[in-house]
Design a protein around this ligand. Structure first.
Ligand SMILES: [Zn+2]
Length: 328
């Protein structure tokens, strides 16, 4: 493999922080005047290198196991690395590609193509703070619903007319660990139960997924998702945009409908999307995943879901008919 250091221009200086500085090779190709003050920098990284120009701001990097990026190819060209050497470097790099790298690359390409992005969220209500055991009304409620303790549920302690006077817990909606919206769940029995500040195409729970999980459990409600570590489509159907986002996770999908009239619609949509459906034979009073987790525990519920997982269209149809009878 080529040693990039051999292609750097003369008059190089090593800095204590590990950068090699030299006259940048990029600027004149980017509409800036050529660098004469050693403002190009290259630093070796764990499995490659990183280039930064402090004159025209060009950056490029290389990681063994990854495709050479367009920017890196250009940079190498400007350094005078022959075209065939660049191609060799790319091939050599791909030989070191790990399965993880391949999945990540596909993921990135997919996200870019499907433009999964969300805008700025509406602000949280005033005085929002994270629920701790000091606030037993809220703390006990979210524990009872099987929400993991490390999930930041919020509330507004001053419910004195600044905002709602009804007690509520607020669940932040995140995507790639950025807040993009929220829902408030009121704790009295008045209507509405929820106020949602979501965005079209959003699916709750993508940040609850672990990279080594093979399956993703798709549920209807926020508390279903929180209690099982699944996703919530927040409705009894899945929009096309939501389906794209769920597919972008690159996992096997198992849809668990609520065991009520509305849930039947979700089953049809899951079949249409070619996803597996799971309708565990829970006691009649267990209507959804959250009920099951509260009564049976998370592990037992997950086992029930996986055991009842069905991929055959005909078998799903049979299960659906049984569910129809059960809920009638
Ligand atoms: Zn430059």
């Amino acid at each position: 493999m080529i040693n990039i250091l051999e292609y750097l221009p003369g008059k190089r200086k090593q800095t204590p922080s590990g950068w090699v500085s030299f006259n940048a090779v990029c600027c004149q190709h980017n509409g800036a005047t050529a660098d004469r003050r050693g403002r190009g920098g290259l630093k070796a990284t764990e499995h490659g290198w990183s280039y930064h120009c402090f004159n025209c701001s060009y950056t490029a990097s290389f990681v063994l196991g990854r495709q050479l990026t367009f920017k890196s190819r250009r940079l190498l060209g400007w350094m005078g690395v022959p075209e065939n050497e660049i191609e060799m470097l790319n091939l050599e790099s791909l030989r070191h590609r790990s399965i993880h790298g391949i999945i990540e690359d596909r993921q990135r390409a997919f996200n870019t193509l499907s433009a999964i992005e969300f805008g700025e969220p509406d602000d949280f209500p005033p005085y929002s703070e994270i629920v701790t055991p000091e606030f037993p009304l809220y703390w006990d409620y979210i524990r009872r619903r099987g929400v993991p303790e490390d999930f930041p549920v919020m509330t507004s302690i001053k419910t004195d007319g600044v905002h709602w006077t009804r007690p509520y817990v607020l669940i932040p909606f995140t995507y790639n660990n950025k807040v993009i919206g929220w829902t408030a769940r009121f704790l009295d029995n008045k209507s509405p139960k929820y106020i949602n500040h979501s965005q079209p195409g959003y699916v709750f729970g993508t940040d609850l997924q672990h990279s080594d999980w093979q399956y993703v459990v798709v549920t209807e409600g926020i508390f279903d998702a929180l209690s099982i570590g699944g996703l919530a489509v927040m409705h009894n159907t899945v929009s096309d945009a939501q389906a794209r986002l769920i597919r972008s996770l690159g996992k096997q999908v198992v849809v668990v409908p609520d065991q009520d009239q509305a849930g039947l619609e979700l089953i049809d949509r899951a079949v249409e999307l070619g996803w597996a459906v799971s309708i565990p034979n829970w006691p009649a009073h267990i209507k959804d995943v959250n009920d099951a987790v509260v009564e049976l525990g998370r592990l037992e519920t997950l086992l029930n879901i996986m055991q009842s997982r069905e991929t055959s269209k005909i078998k799903i149809e049979l299960q659906k008919r049984q569910l129809e009878k059960k809920i009638r």
